[in-house]
Design a protein around this ligand. Sequence first.
Ligand SMILES: CC(C)(COP(=O)(O)OP(=O)(O)OC[C@H]1O[C@@H](n2cnc3c(N)ncnc32)[C@H](O)[C@@H]1OP(=O)(O)O)[C@@H](O)C(=O)NCCC(=O)NCCS
Length: 374
Amino acid sequence: MKRAVIAGYSRSPFTMARKGELIDVKPVNMFAEVVKNLVSKTKVNPADIEDIVVGCAFQVGEQSFNIGKLTTFLSGMEIHTSGMTVDRWCGSSMEAIHVAAGKIAMGAGKVFVCGGVESMTRVTTGFEPIPYPYTDKENPNVYFSMGITAENVAKRYKISRTEQQEFAIQSHQKANEAEVNGKFKNEIVEIAGCTKDGNIRPKSNQETLDGLKLAFDQEGTVTAATSSPLTDGAAATLICEESYAKENGLEILARIVSTGVKGCEPDVMGLGPIGATKKALERANLSINDIDIVEINEAFASQSIACLKDLGIDKKKANLDGGALALGHPLGATGARITGKAADLLRRENKKYALSTQCIGLGMGIATVIESVN
Ligand SMILES: CC(C)(COP(=O)(O)OP(=O)(O)OC[C@H]1O[C@@H](n2cnc3c(N)ncnc32)[C@H](O)[C@@H]1OP(=O)(O)O)[C@@H](O)C(=O)NCCC(=O)NCCS
């Protein structure tokens, strides 16, 4: 079996949907800018790129029409480069990486750009009920508001509002520290004059967060501060065969060791990372104690806390530069951000194994285990 490596990672600034600096940028343009940066930064020969695989959760309107192939035109690829768009909802761009890793393993291509994009300015989720038949009365146990699933997890794991807020405050503090110390510089690509993430609130504290109204359930504990904000953003990784990377002098950030996806109950979809991580670890023949770096998507504070506790992960290992509560969660882009980030952190922190994992609406989790090549 041929081995796949991560040989580069770039992303756009992540900014607030409908309020932030990227609201006027079309998703395909945003993604194409990130891809152009990735190609020039990694110095990969664009003629060698087999396929651009893009995750996008809501492929409607300006996010339809196969962003993957459209990107080949907008990022200056050769005409022979293919493109496709995948949908595993919040896990879409991590899935894009898994698709490439699988193709590389079977010899169906050596070089792939895998990433994702979501302009939540342009999609309805979070703003209006999702107009989909499964949300109707005949199937009441399939689709739940994501916020209600966060409330359900908080109840099941007895996670108080204060504990959720503490987790969110730390996310903002870590993200702010990373930003101030220039730790996002090598990953963020300037888009339409915007160079900085737009959601980080370093002044968040228990007192201010206590004052926020409940977002989903007036008897519950989840607020806007303990939910990932609706976000516009794009992220991309370069995934290639290890021997190709070595022969062409590309810098390898990490090798992909194993992957996993697993369904769970839709009403507690935030617990998805637990089953997916266990599967990926088993396939890697590793235990959770072997993992040095964890990137877990902070869709909500409650589900992140529950997953870390359930999996026995020391929170000091998780989301070193902050997570989605501070940075935002543009659905289709997040999987590439956290997997690219995990790879970058392995190198920066000089560690051996990393895990990236996230929960997915309708009840799923997805996970990737990577290792240092040094
Ligand atoms: C929770 C949610 C409904 C909030 O939406 P919103 O009300 O538009 O959010 P806002 O950013 O305006 O925040 C609401 C208020 O909280 C404040 N706030 C949010 N985070 C804060 C923080 N960390 N510190 C201080 N104030 C904060 C905002 O300033 C705003 O205050 P204002 O009303 O005085 O302007 C929305 O972010 C959401 O749906 N998130 C989940 C998205 C999702 O489901 N993703 C998929 C996950 S699987």
